[in-house]
Write a protein that binds this ligand. Structure first.
Ligand SMILES: Nc1ncnc2c1ncn2[C@@H]1O[C@H](COP(=O)(O)OP(=O)(O)OP(=O)(O)O)[C@@H](O)[C@H]1O
Ligand SMILES: [Mg+2]
Length: 350
């Protein structure tokens, strides 16, 4: 089965390493622990994990363990019986039961308190749950995927996270590198977001001046992809001209990078892997001719498939052309008007 990483943009070696593990682990039922700084795309990755798994047609149930008050979290996860506590006027299934057959995503697991950690451990070991105030246990068939931006080993050392649970969760660790460690992906993502926001707002695609590109590539992006995404949205609204000069960037970013003249040229994006046969007109790596079984597996019909292929190539051409439509059309060997029509159609579909 080919890996579907749609929506996760980037071609850096460090991200491709993540995709490689993802491709191996997705079809299994193993527990996965995703780590990475805030905004690195952990949730996006977990969703890709589920949609590439055998469980893809079954529920995907996320729960943010850090956002729910701890008194409520247990009944959210495991459900409760009528009368279990003051406001339990009727019985309710928890997220584990709702996820039966599918995947539960325990987001921000590092925030969960120790008493609840024991109960999660039990689900992992016994594959059964007990509702709050319930009289017995129920079997559930759920794949558990957890994520955290905390250093769980440190949490274990500090006595805030159970060591046994840590090992149980960390069967397959998937670490998302910080954006600043992804080299050329910073600008690939910046241009992708810029194009998306401009298309959404129906304004001409903005381009980044060479010095602006240098600054964005040199900045440390502590909020990672989320920060870059929000920042591009802001630029797409506030920029006055079609070419964004460094002066349009906020003080915070300019102050951090210092003197623009002494900044290095941005790292170019890592080249996409090409199979041995490709040079002689073969098929690129990661590409295999789809069969009807593949389409059925993905729940796609012919049109869905062709649309996906077209969208990916349009995106790639626009990135190569830095958003210049004439050039992108030329790369694709189609007329500029045809390209614009396709983009318009794409926008109205999304
Ligand atoms: N590689 C990527 N390509 C495209 N969009 C991305 C990528 N990585 C992250 N994003 C976008 O960035 C935002 C943050 O991603 P996400 O919520 O998955 O991060 P997170 O690691 O779960 O963050 P947090 O720890 O704060 O919960 C989302 O809008 C997501 O769509
Ligand atoms: Mg998240």
């Amino acid at each position: 089965m080919d890996l579907d990483t749609s929506g996760i943009i980037g071609q850096s070696t460090s991200l491709r390493d993540v995709f490689r593990i993802l491709a191996k682990v997705a079809p299994t039922d193993s527990t996965v622990l995703v780590t990475g700084e805030s905004g690195t795309g952990k949730e996006l990755l977990v969703r890709a994990l589920h949609s590439n798994s055998q469980r893809r047609s079954m529920p995907f149930v996320p729960i943010n363990c850090g956002a729910i008050p701890k008194e409520l979290l247990e009944s959210e996860l495991f459900g409760h019986e009528k009368g279990a506590f003051t406001h339990a006027i009727r019985s309710r299934p928890g997220r584990f039961e709702l996820a039966d057959g599918g995947t539960i995503f325990l987001d921000e697991i590092g925030e969960m308190d120790l008493t609840l950690q024991v109960k999660i451990l039990r689900v992992l070991q016994e594959k059964e749950i007990e509702r709050v105030g319930g009289a017995g246990v129920k079997k559930v068939d759920v794949r558990i995927v957890a994520a955290t931006n905390r250093d769980l080993e440190r949490e274990v050392a500090a006595g805030r996270f159970r060591e046994d649970l840590y090992y149980r969760l960390n069967v397959i660790p998937l670490h998302l590198p910080a954006l600043r460690e992804r080299g050329g992906d910073i600008l690939v993502l910046a241009e992708h977001f810029m194009r998306r926001f401009c298309e959404r707002k129906g304004r001409r695609c903005l381009t980044l001046a060479p010095d602006t590109r240098k600054v964005l590539a040199a900045y440390s992006w502590p909020g990672n992809v989320r920060e870059l995404e929000n920042f591009m949205e802001r630029l797409s609204i506030l920029a006055d001209d079609d070419v964004v000069p460094p002066a349009d960037l906020p003080r915070k970013i300019l102050d951090e990078v210092g003197d623009i003249v002494s900044l290095p040229e941005p790292t170019p994006p890592d080249p996409l892997p090409v199979a041995a046969g490709a040079a002689s007109g073969g098929v690129p790596a990661g590409f295999s001719w789809p069969t009807i079984t593949d389409l059925r597996d993905k729940g796609m019909n012919l049109k869905d498939f062709l649309d996906t292929v077209e969208e990916r190539l349009l995106d790639e051409a626009l990135t190569m052309a830095e958003g210049v439509k004439n050039q992108a059309a030329e790369i694709l060997g189609i007329k500029r008007t045809t390209l614009i029509e396709k983009l318009k159609k794409k926008r109205s579909d999304s």
